[in-house]
Ligand binder design. Structure first.
Ligand code: NAD
Length: 290
């Protein structure tokens, strides 16, 4: 059984990016710059943004963080995005989701210039992804592709099941796995909250990507012997014995999965780290130009 260790795979991606930024610096050029926008002070969002900024620094990127009060006007946020769109020293713009209810996520996403949309959520970039054109792939599915590549996981001709159809994970993941790319060419079934016989569908899969946000959802009886299991789930589950008062749980019952699968991603230490690697790769891509 192979543990698909995100620490190892993301370190390889970051080492490669660091070499590129060092070469840029040596040539007297500026390095890629990621601007992150954070609204409010949601604990998980704070953690994600802090980690993204820290990883930028480790890779020799510049980063800047724009914080807004939870009650900020949508128009103020849009003005900030416009200023960053026009700033030639900013390559990538990221708005940490979710946003407060009074702000339209789609308006905010569409305000980001597609050439700086390092999260790959802009409809233009989603369209390019669907058509197999060069684009910014949303960071989490991109990170999973990078992980499959790093660990040489064969995907061609395999039956893949993606659980979850969100715009940020499940949907783009299903498109990538079915695409004619080295880590694609799967026959993909996309499952969601209305899927019937989900257990049977999973039990026939060679690769399962679980991205639904229900801790321990995927149990051993849903896993075909030798399957590859990718756990995207990150849920904070209250636990009084934990230092922070909660533990991070994935969507896969890890203890059961390792008895059946040929490869499994741990949580934490799996897809989350690869998501950051995907974001950094996209920021370098934005710097170079699509
Ligand atoms: P979402 O809530 O937007 O979407 C969840 C999807 O799961 C929906 O399409 C829904 O139909 C489906 N679903 C829910 N319950 C189901 C059930 N019982 N059976 C089948 N399908 C079901 O969530 P999301 O933003 O895609 O995130 C999913 C999980 O991944 C969350 O735990 C989130 O925190 C995590 N996540 C992790 C990373 C990372 O870097 N590791 C990145 C993004 C999201």
């Amino acid at each position: 059984m192979l543990i698909l260790d995100g620490k190892i795979a993301s370190a390889a991606v970051k080492a490669d990016l660091l070499l590129q930024t060092q070469a840029l610096k040596a040539a007297g050029k500026r390095t890629p710059h990621l601007a992150a926008i954070l609204v409010g002070s949601n604990g998980a969002s704070e953690t994600y943004v802090a980690s993204k900024v820290k990883n930028c620094e480790e890779t020799g990127f510049e980063s800047s963080l724009y914080r807004f009060d939870v009650n900020v006007d949508e128009s103020i946020l849009l003005q900030q995005i416009e200023a960053l769109n026009k700033d030639p020293k900013v390559d990538g713009i990221l708005v940490q989701l979710p946003l407060p209810k009074h702000i339209s996520e789609s308006k905010v996403i569409e305000a980001i210039h597609p050439a700086k949309d390092v999260d790959g959520f802009h409809p233009v970039n989603v369209g390019r992804l669907v058509q197999g054109l060069n684009t910014f792939i949303p960071a989490t599915p991109y990170g999973i592709i990078l992980m499959l590549e790093y660990f040489n996981i064969e995907t061609k001709g395999k039956n893949a099941v993606v659980i979850g159809r969100s715009n940020i994970v499940g949907r783009p993941m299903s498109i990538l796995l079915s695409s004619n790319i080295p880590q694609g060419n799967c026959t993909v079934t996309i499952c969601h909250s209305h899927t019937k016989n989900l257990k049977e569908i999973c039990a026939g899969a060679d690769i399962i990507v679980a991205a639904l946000g229900v801790p321990n959802f995927l149990t051993g009886d849903m896993i075909k012997p030798g399957a590859v299991i990718i756990d995207v789930g990150i849920t904070r589950v209250e636990d009084a014995t934990a230092k922070k008062g909660f533990r991070i749980k994935g969507d896969v019952n890890y203890e059961e999965a390792i008895l059946k699968a040929s490869a499994v991603t741990p949580v934490p230490g799996g897809v989350g780290l690869m998501t950051i690697a995907g974001l950094l790769k996209n920021t370098m891509k934005a710097y170079i130009g699509l």
